[in-house]
Design a protein around this ligand. Structure first.
Ligand SMILES: Nc1ncnc2c1ncn2[C@@H]1O[C@H](COP(=O)(O)OP(=O)(O)OP(=O)(O)O)[C@@H](O)[C@H]1O
Ligand SMILES: [Mg+2]
Length: 392
């Protein structure tokens, strides 16, 4: 038994596998990244690889397995284990305070008025996590925390999946029904061609659309105006398909130099969609996605989109969100409801304080939220605890 993971089933399966196939099977228990890794060598047949892979994924207690086939006849499975994420000290007792990482997998919400210490707390969590992680950094507050890139090229959009891509467009560009319809037609056309495409291709096909009626003409040009805002960054080193590789050692995507909210939102949603798609295919290790200024990415009135799917289903595929906002009431309700770990910094607005107190099931606590000092937070997992966050 390692931490919460019972390895008995896995070990007997690996025994069986090595006897049957004569393959060398290695089980490595990594302490540094808190992971169990399984390496199966000499599997040359893709069919055998897929059988073994499906068995590994199904093994009891290993439901969130992520197996990466490496194409060289080796199969590599990683099951990161739970651990502690230490934030600071309890205010009243001075005892060290740590979060249970396994519970953080049911998502984290960090709220607080401006200047109350939200980003400092998020950075602390980022540093403490021993998993893959990425910050979608709305204002550029996380530069230098890990590899930082300031743009993502929107050239390889096909890999997002048709429905997901449409989701990304409609959630970031606030499309009317007519605009959505035109975009759907263009995306269908592009998917039917056998090559990848980017924003410029979408614009090209939209421009060549015949204007057979007035509504098509009007919707076409209003949609073009929105799409052209996404072409502001011409040359970026990385595209969305590079993200799974980059997040392994931690990544910051600085969105602050994008000039429009449309573009920032589009990149944020596209990255999230690709991460989720890869995770569902079992091609990604456990990944935490930090959403700074989350109310801009998933506002209250937004339709059900990719972020909601991750809040609802991300845990089972190993994608976990840390949403950070100064306006909890402006945030999509799913984010508040589906975040098990809530970290509440000082809230100046009584309405926000009452909203959060109700959400953690202790309505009387709102007055405490108003009185918190900078760097202090009430952290709620099993029970609310007042914590002084360590800023280093
Ligand atoms: N845990 C802490 N310990 C000591 N000082 C802190 C702590 N957290 C925040 N501060 C101080 O408060 C300042 C603001 O913190 P931070 O940027 O984290 O707030 P924020 O809530 O993210 O603000 P904003 O909404 O403007 O982004 C920091 O520059 C730092 O000086
Ligand atoms: Mg901040």
């Amino acid at each position: 038994m390692v931490d919460d993971l019972d390895l008995t089933g896995l070990i007997s399966f690996l025994d069986f596998l090595s006897q049957k196939s004569g393959c060398e099977v290695k089980l490595v228990i990594g302490v540094k990244r808190r992971a169990v890794a399984v390496e199966v060598c000499c599997l040359k047949s893709p069919k055998l690889i897929s059988v073994v892979r499906s068995k590994l994924v199904m093994i009891s207690g290993l439901k969130v397995a992520h197996c990466l086939s490496r194409g060289d006849g080796r199969l590599f499975g990683v099951w990161p284990l739970g651990g502690k994420v230490c934030l600071g000290r309890e205010v009243f007792t001075g005892a060290p305070f740590c979060l249970d990482e396994r519970k953080m997998r049911r998502h984290v919400l960090i709220v607080g008025s401006t200047g109350s210490g939200k980003s400092t707390t998020a950075k602390k969590i980022f540093r403490e996590l021993g998993t893959a992680k990425v910050v979608l950094d709305w204002h550029g507050e996380y530069k230098g925390l890990a590899l930082t890139i300031d743009c993502i090229s929107l050239t390889k959009l096909k890999s997002l999946g048709k429905l997901e891509l449409l989701d990304v467009f409609s959630n970031s560009l606030k499309l009317s029904d007519a605009q959505y319809y035109l975009l759907l037609k263009i995306i269908q056309l592009l998917y039917n061609k056998n090559k990848d495409f980017g924003i410029r291709d979408v614009i090209f096909y939209l421009k060549s659309l015949e204007e057979v009626s007035r509504w098509i003409r009007e919707s076409k040009y209003s949609l073009l105006r929105k799409l052209e805002m996404l072409t502001h960054k011409e040359v970026c080193r990385y595209s969305v398909t590079d993200v799974p590789q980059l997040v392994k050692d931690g990544l910051v995507i600085d969105l602050s130099s994008y000039t429009t909210e449309y573009a920032k939102r589009f990149v944020a949603h596209a990255v999230l969609a690709y991460i989720f798609t890869e995770a569902r295919r079992g091609m990604l290790e456990r990944t935490y996605v930090f959403l700074e200024e989350a109310h801009n990415i998933i506002p209250k009135s937004s339709e059900l989109g990719i972020a909601d799917k991750v809040f609802m289903e991300g845990r089972k595929y190993g994608v976990h969100l840390v949403a950070i906002t100064q306006s909890p009431k402006a945030l999509n309700e799913n984010a508040v409801k589906n975040s098990y770990t809530k970290i509440i910094h000082m809230l100046r607005e009584v309405d926000d304080a009452k909203y959060m107190a109700e959400n953690i099931g202790d309505p009387g606590l709102w007055k405490e939220f108003i009185e918190l000092e900078v760097g202090e937070a009430i952290v709620s997992q099993r029970r609310p605890v007042r914590v002084l966050i360590d800023s280093t």
